[in-house]
Design a binder for this molecule. Structure first.
Ligand code: GDP
Ligand code: IMO
Ligand code: MG
Length: 427
């Protein structure tokens, strides 16, 4: 077993960073395959807390090679800031490779992200404002600037000049200040020089590692319901956070994927706009937000709270081929009398077990719940499934039964040590 994928099964922030860091102990390579610094992955160990946005969560393991794959969009300024943050925190050994085929996020993308959102008036997506959508649009429109262009300063200058000239026309139209190519080039040239040493054909590198039987961990950002194809479009991100996108976005064969870990919260959260069937806002939601510290790692926005939704989990299982679940933040549900689990939706009087394509239908879905009794014992020091209170075990077993996916890991606190493994991912 050599290729293991970690994906979010909900709307992001499920705890993928924690699980990736935990599993990275046994991995030789960790690869981020999509998204950019819209992601915010939290890792907690030895009383230290880190938030990573671009760099894979295997970076704290000295022996592990960390790759930023071709499917990513990389903001070089944010990348340099992240490297400096790690350096200042004493993480000196940076074992990193950046794909020469990954695309750049440049200052005009961030301006466009905000502009497009403002133009949508009442129909905002609620993006992170990190320029992700515009950068992926440029990629699809074939005017994107890639890392291989970035490290060749003549090519970079010419492409930057073309794009800034093009986008300045739009900025002028909307009364925004125009960018000066020489200023942007002067700043970004420095970043280019600093990252050049990490730039590689990571597809070749990764294939070599896999051919040698090395253990590779693929770290997803966002979650299935934010997938450009399988999410609640248009309230999604601009890449595919599914296991299906791993081969395309890293340059490997799908045959290398042996295990797909679906990371899920013991409840649900969402940031940004878009319908969310099991959402509720009352004293219990407030409690979950406080205890779970449910505020965005990237934007600080309060996260919206809902009950766990097994229609969503089954959808994610289908689109990613999830082979085991990692259920996170179980401790946050302690001291709630009755826990609800969504088992199906009612749409126009009919019971359904899928996520409709049309957002109009999605918004009409009424969740159908079962209720389970909660628990009030402290579970944060639990180290074995059988030590959990019976009601916690019943809750986990019910999710397992309703999704048809075995529980591989459960988590009872943010720290690396508060992770209980039921199935070894690497033999
Ligand atoms: P990611 O984007 O999927 O990596 O998740 P985030 O880091 O954005 O959000 C997950 C949050 O939950 C972080 O603050 C984690 O430190 C925290 N966390 C992860 N697992 C647990 C857990 O089992 N219990 C608690 N209380 N917090 C957890
Ligand atoms: P991690 O990896 C949660 C959401 C935004 C918005 C939508 C589109 O930490 O789980 P974008 O900036 O990508 O164009 O925004 O997607 N979003 C996330 N929500 N966690 C994330 O990443 C997210 N990345 C994007 O809030 O609704
Ligand atoms: Mg996050």
């Amino acid at each position: 077993m050599s290729g293991v994928v970690v994906v979010g099964t909900q709307w992001g922030d499920e705890g993928k960073g924690k699980i990736t860091d935990f599993l990275a102990e046994k991995a030789d390579v960790v690869v981020r395959f999509q998204g950019g610094n819209n992601a915010g992955h939290t890792i907690v160990f030895e009383n230290k807390k880190f938030a990573l946005h671009l760099i894979p969560s295997g970076i704290f393991r000295k022996e592990t090679l960390n790759i930023l794959g071709n499917g990513m969009v990389i903001n070089p300024k944010a990348l340099i800031e992240e490297l400096e943050m790690l350096n200042n925190a004493g993480i000196k050994e940076i074992n990193l490779a950046i794909s020469d085929r990954a695309h750049l996020v440049l200052p005009y993308h961030t301006i466009l992200d905000k502009l497009y959102e403002d133009l949508k008036e009442g129909k905002k997506v609620g993006t992170t404002n990190k320029g992700i959508g515009p950068a992926y649009s440029d990629k699809a429109s074939r005017i994107g600037i890639r890392i291989c262009d970035f490290v060749d300063l003549d090519v970079f200058y010419n492409k930057l000049n073309d794009n800034i000239t093009y986008y300045n026309k739009i900025f002028k139209l909307f009364g925004k200040s125009e960018l000066r190519v020489n200023e942007v080039f002067k700043e970004y040239k420095e970043y280019s020089i600093r990252i050049k040493t990490y730039v590689k054909d990571t597809g070749i590198l990764l294939n070599k590692e896999l051919d040698e039987g090395k253990k590779v961990l693929f770290e997803g950002a966002q979650g299935s319901l934010l997938c450009l194809d399988h999410g609640t479009y248009p309230y999604v991100t601009s890449s595919s956070p599914t296991a299906a996108s791993v081969p395309l976005n890293t340059g490997i064969s799908p045959m290398f994927i042996d295990e797909v870990i679906g990371v899920t919260k013991a409840y649900s959260t969402r940031v940004g706009e878009g319908y969310f069937a099991t959402e509720f806002e009352d004293e219990i939601a407030k409690r979950i937000r406080d205890v779970g510290n449910e505020y965005g790692t990237t934007t600080g926005r309060p996260r919206r709270i809902g009950w766990i939704d097994t229609v969503v989990l089954r959808h994610s299982k289908r689109v990613s081929g999830i082979t085991s679940l990692s259920i996170m933040l179980l401790d946050v549900l302690t001291n709630i009398d009755i826990l609800k689990i969504c088992v199906a939706y009612k749409l126009d009087g009919e019971i359904i077990d899928y996520i409709p394509a049309s957002i109009k239908d999605v918004e009409k879905c009424i969740p159908i719940y079962i209720e389970l009794p909660g628990w009030d014992e402290d579970i944060t020091k639990t180290t074995k499934f059988s030590d959990l209170p019976l009601n916690t075990q019943r809750y986990l077993n019910k999710i397992n039964e309703l999704t048809g996916v075995d529980l591989g890991i459960f988590s009872v606190g943010p720290d690396r040590t508060q992770t209980i493994v039921l199935k070894e991912m690497y033999k």
